[in-house]
Structure formats: structure tokens, C-alpha cells
Design a protein around this ligand. Structure first.
Ligand code: SF4
Length: 255
């Protein structure tokens, strides 16, 4: 199978998600926590802070943090958060229960994010993505937050475009956010060598779909998490099986 056939099969899945009507986006797998993260019209900073917390621990646990803080404070309004000192936030994060394994560093990022949203966006984080900005502008605005690197910044922009249907003037700067699932799937589909570094995988996605490289992100991530598992890939159930150069190898193990 050619690389273009593989790309097209992945893009088909990506485009289905991109054009699907808006629905509650599942982050924490906890109804109330997810409702808070989806409240872009009232509490857009919850999504931004959730993104910033989503590092070095299990994603669901990280996305729970805005909700846990709102429970402890009785509110997640930006005004209430802005009243907290750096030490207040550190205490909330330290617990018990501890909200993040790296609670010290995450408290710094949390505190500084609130300050930035207040100072630069007048307390309204939705200004990060309002008025149909370019994708580069949205990624850049995420990168300006302490603790946010390219992976988180493109993840945030991708979720806004794909799941929240936030209009942007283009999608060219939304790269894939490489994690172990995306890396494994790109390797097994032979889009990149199994040991390719992050930059190589990012550039491969750019080469495959320059108008919106990040459209390949969720299909690859979802495949890796649900089907193309590290030890026992479920090739028999995989929609990529007809195109996948590794299917013969793994399919023989899991017919
Ligand atoms: S066919 Fe098998 S090896 Fe190929 S992507 Fe699907 S699960 Fe992975």
C-alpha cells in the first residue's frame, strides 16, 4: 500500500471528526469536570489551565484539576482565582489529595497563567482564539504561557479547531502532538521509522497534509490507544488493516 493511501485513510477519520457537530468534549471522563472544561463561553480559562496541567501525569487526572480546584474554592471564576496568592495555589495543589505529582512546578504555571489571563486578556481567556485568528497566532499565544511547549500549544489549538469548532483563518500551524501512541502508529504504518524522533514525525505529518498536519493527530492517537496496542495490536478490528504494512506481521499473532 502506498503512503498516500495510508494518509487518506487516516485523514478520512480525521475529517469525520472535524466536520462532526459540536458535542461535549471528553477530557477527564467525569461529567462535572468535563462540563467545566467545555464552558468556553463562561469559563474559558478552565480549558486553558486544563491544557497547561496536562503534562507528566495521566491525562484524565490532569484535566480533573480545574474541577478539583473549583470544588475546593466553591467557584472557578477568574475573579476568584485572581484573588489567590501563589502560596494559596501551591497549598491547593499540594493537597491532600495532591492534585498533580509535580504540584510545585504546576502551581507556578497555574499562578502565572491566571496572571497572564488577567493582564493580557483582561480576564477573558477566549480572547486567545476569538476573531478568527490564524492557527500560528493561536499556537503562539499558548506558547506564551509558562510551562507550555510546542506539544501542548498545538494540542490546545487542535482541540479548539477540531472539537470546539473554533474558526481560524487557516490550520497550517497546527502540528500533531507526538506521544507514544502517535509514534507507535506512525512506525507500524511505516510513515516513519519506529525510532524516529519527535521532529521527524512532525515533519512527516506536515509533508502528508500541509494544510492541516494536526488532522492526522487524533486518528493516530486513537488507533494507538484503542487498537494498535503496544503488546497485542488488535489488527482484526482495525480499519487500517487493508493499508497497514505491519498487519501481516501482527495479524498473524492476533488473527
Ligand atoms: S493493522 Fe494492526 S499494526 Fe496496523 S495500525 Fe492497525 S492495529 Fe496497528
Amino acid at each position: 500500500m502506498s503512503e498516500l493511501e495510508i494518509r487518506d485513510a487516516l485523514l478520512q477519520r480525521g475529517e469525520r471528526l472535524f466536520s462532526a457537530p459540536p458535542a461535549l468534549v471528553i477530557f477527564a471522563k467525569h461529567v462535572e469536570a468535563d462540563k467545566l472544561l467545555n464552558a468556553l463561553d463562561r469559563l474559558p480559562h478552565a480549558f486553558v489551565i486544563g491544557c497547561i496541567m496536562d503534562q507528566q501525569i495521566q491525562a484524565e487526572q490532569a484535566w480533573m484539576i480545574p474541577f478539583r480546584v473549583s470544588e475546593l474554592l466553591g467557584s472557578f471564576s477568574i475573579e476568584r482565582l485572581a484573588e489567590l496568592s501563589h502560596e494559596d495555589i501551591r497549598r491547593l495543589m499540594a493537597g491532600p489529595p495532591r492534585l498533580h505529582f509535580y504540584f510545585d512546578r504546576m502551581s507556578d504555571f497555574f499562578y502565572s497563567a491566571i496572571g497572564r489571563i488577567m493582564e493580557v486578556y483582561s480576564g477573558d481567556a477566549s480572547r486567545i482564539w476569538s476573531e478568527r485568528p490564524s492557527s500560528a497566532e493561536v499556537v503562539y499565544r499558548f506558547l506564551e504561557f509558562d510551562g507550555v511547549g510546542p506539544k501542548l500549544a498545538t494540542m490546545g489549538a487542535n482541540i479548539l479547531a477540531r472539537d470546539f469548532k473554533i474558526p481560524m483563518s487557516d490550520y497550517t500551524s497546527i502540528d500533531i502532538s507526538v506521544d507514544r501512541h502517535v509514534r507507535r502508529v506512525f512506525g507500524r504504518l511505516r510513515l516513519c521509522p519506529q525510532d524516529a524522533d519527535v521532529l521527524r514525525i512532525i515533519y512527516k505529518a506536515r509533508a502528508l497534509n500541509p494544510e492541516f498536519p494536526g488532522l492526522l493527530d487524533y486518528p493516530a492517537f486513537e488507533l494507538g490507544r484503542e487498537l494498535c496496542k503496544e503488546r497485542r495490536p488488535l489488527c482484526a478490528d482495525c480499519y487500517m488493516r487493508p493499508y497497514c504494512p505491519s498487519a501481516a506481521e501482527y495479524g498473524a499473532v492476533n488473527p
